[in-house]
Ligand binder design. Structure first.
Ligand SMILES: Nc1ncnc2c1ncn2[C@@H]1O[C@H](COP(=O)(O)OP(=O)(O)OP(=O)(O)O)[C@@H](O)[C@H]1O
Length: 568
């Protein structure tokens, strides 16, 4: 039950709706019991008396109870569903708020299909928590206790049978199926997650699978996951039916028992025969309401598992962050003795790196593939926390700063940039929602995309744009941000040299007071950089200006020689 504490807390944010739903549920339940009870009484009375007034009053009561029952049922549905949807919206917001600081580190731990299945499927299935887990036992309990209390005035024996019946149908049978479900849990949720994982992989990798003629293999995998999921669902349905039938059977037996015990008491002279039909009808009506309890174990387990799976995701350690804003004025970035390894990896991706990036300077980070350049940039972005050492921005340790405010001050272009389905305009507005068309056109011109109208359609993931166009659009987005810290990870690797050179010149001209950090594979054109940092195996091999590094004739010089000789 501990797992559901958070969900219970979120449900009770809307205390008023929950209490109104419970009150209406109680009224609806008790009205249907009263309806059946008074009809039983009416039948007996009609058989034993010819007094019309009593019969007319009883018939009016029947109508009243029928009306009250329907009206209360409507109120119950309205308020319980409203409380459920409000709880779901609180849950989504609270889940997103806890998930957001974990991104993007969390993407390395969960496959996208799995994450999607948790965020959508598990959150959705918690909609049953109030309606089918919390609410039925509470309402049924109150209705039963009131019915038993009423019946006790006529016969303690019948009231005792009802108590036993109540314990059986509300507690014992659901508890039995609940424990069965725990033991024989078909893992439908996990199977649904697996299916989502395979389906997203299939969609993402469709083209490559087709090229390598592996569609059939993946299709088989997908089919087998779908079959497992279907089988799990089938078994779950059977179990639910069995629970429902068992509970209905117990309820029916209890009503028979009430009739038998009642008949015995009438024969023994301990109960007035006039009330027997009423008590039997009351019992039937009260036990008719126990149907939702049959589904209780399924929904309880489902809600518990969904809550556990959601909790698993958000219980990861988030990057530490403070509440302070970033200082105003020209900003520098300082990294001292920083080390970092990816979760689950033994070797260090960044090993004792120190650097100081001053305002108004341009720094290039170069080095062979896998040397740690992108990881270093992620540390500077405070996406991953440094394990040892210290990162400070504008003289403030990054732990004191609110993560969002750090990113607000940066123009960032990563190796892979995401483009949403929409237009060039909507994708540019992401960086600056207040940008005018004029500003957007200027930004496009600065990356030589002036021929692109803002209304040009951008397909999902920008698949109708070339690699170079996507990179230039990402730079235009960064330009629109208009901040003074530029962190660029191979921003023009797919752009031809001439255009790339022109874009850099334009950026440096406009941002001559800005701080630039550029990761590059290309060792050409580095003469204009104020500092070149050469990485290898997560360490800084050497650093200095182009002139200094070439004169030193060490590692950078050798890389340059190799680059010159590759196509010679
Ligand atoms: N998400 C990750 N999980 C685990 N290891 C990773 C992850 N990303 C990178 N690495 C490892 O960290 C090391 C540094 O990778 P990084 O991407 O920083 O290199 P890089 O110099 O930017 O390479 P490239 O020039 O090819 O982009 C590599 O050994 C890589 O395998």
């Amino acid at each position: 039950m501990n797992e559901l504490k958070h969900i219970l807390k979120l449900t009770f944010i809307e205390k008023k709706d929950v209490s109104i739903a419970i009150s209406f549920g109680f009224l609806a339940g008790i009205a249907s019991v009263a309806l059946m009870g008074s009809s039983g009484y009416l039948i007996s009375k009609a058989a034993l008396t010819s007094q019309m007034t009593t019969l007319v009053v009883m018939a009016a009561c029947l109508k009243l109870f029928g009306f009250a029952s329907a009206l209360s049922r409507y109120g119950e549905r309205l308020y319980s569903h409203r409380a459920t949807f409000t709880m779901l919206s609180h849950l989504r917001v609270s889940f997103f708020e806890r998930l957001s600081p974990l991104a993007p580190g969390i993407f390395g731990k969960y496959r996208s299909g799995d994450l999607l299945s948790r965020i959508v499927g598990d959150v959705e299935s918690l909609q049953n928590f109030l309606l089918r887990v919390f609410y039925p036992p509470v309402v049924l309990g109150i209705v039963f206790l009131s019915t038993i209390f009423f019946s006790a005035f006529f016969s303690m024996g019948i009231a005792s049978v009802m108590v036993v019946g109540m314990l059986l149908t509300i507690v014992a049978v659901p508890a039995l199926f609940s424990s069965r479900k725990r033991r024989t849990d078909g893992q439908v949720r996990v199977q649904r997650g697996n299916l989502a994982i395979e389906a997203t992989e299939f969609l993402y990798g469709f083209r490559d699978l087709k090229i390598y003629q592996q569609l059939g293999v993946k299709e088989q995998q997908l089919k087998s996951d779908a079959a497992q999921y279907n089988e799990g669902q089938r078994r779950e349905g059977l179990e639910e039916n069995l629970a429902q039938s068992s509970n209905a059977l117990v309820a029916l037996l209890v009503s028979f028992f009430v009739l038998a015990v009642g008949a015995y008491f009438v024969a023994a002279g301990e109960l007035n025969g006039l009330y027997l039909a009423m008590l039997v009808m009351i019992s039937i009506a009260a036990f008719e309401n126990v149907a939702p309890m049959a589904a209780f174990p399924t929904y309880f387990e489902e809600s518990r598992k969904a809550a556990v799976r959601l909790q698993e995701v958000v219980s990861e350690d988030a990057v530490l962050q403070g509440a302070e804003g970033i200082p105003s004025g020209p900003l520098d970035i300082k990294l001292t003795g920083a080390s970092f390894s990816y979760p689950g990896e033994k070797s260090l991706a960044i090993d004792d790196v120190s650097l100081h990036l001053k305002p108004g300077t341009k720094t290039a980070i170069v080095g062979p593939s896998g040397s740690g350049k992108s990881t270093l940039l992620q540390l500077l972005l405070n996406v991953f926390p440094v394990e040892q050492g210290q990162l400070s921005i504008g003289g403030k340790p990054v732990e004191m700063l609110e993560q969002e405010t750090v990113w607000q001050e940066m123009n960032i272009v990563l190796q892979e940039n995401h483009f949403f389905y929409g237009t060039i305009r909507s994708n540019l507005l992401l960086a600056n929602p207040l940008a005018s068309d004029e500003q957007m056109k200027k930004a496009l011109a600065r990356v030589q995309l002036e021929l692109f109208p803002l209304t040009t359609t951008v397909e999902e993931k920008g698949q109708n744009l070339s690699g170079g166009q996507k990179q230039r659009l990402a730079i235009a987005r960064a330009i629109l941000r208009g901040k003074s810290l530029w962190l660029l990870d191979e921003p023009v690797s797919s752009v031809d040299n001439l255009t790339a050179h022109a874009i850099y010149q334009e950026l440096f001209r406009q941002g001559d007071k800005d701080l630039f950090v550029i990761i590059s594979h290309d060792l050409a054109g580095l003469e204009q950089m104020d500092q070149i940092i050469v990485m290898e195996n997560g360490r800084i091999q050497e650093s200095g200006t182009y002139q200094e590094l070439m004169e030193r004739k060490a590692y950078f010089y050798q890389l340059k020689q190799i680059e010159n000789s590759v196509f010679a």
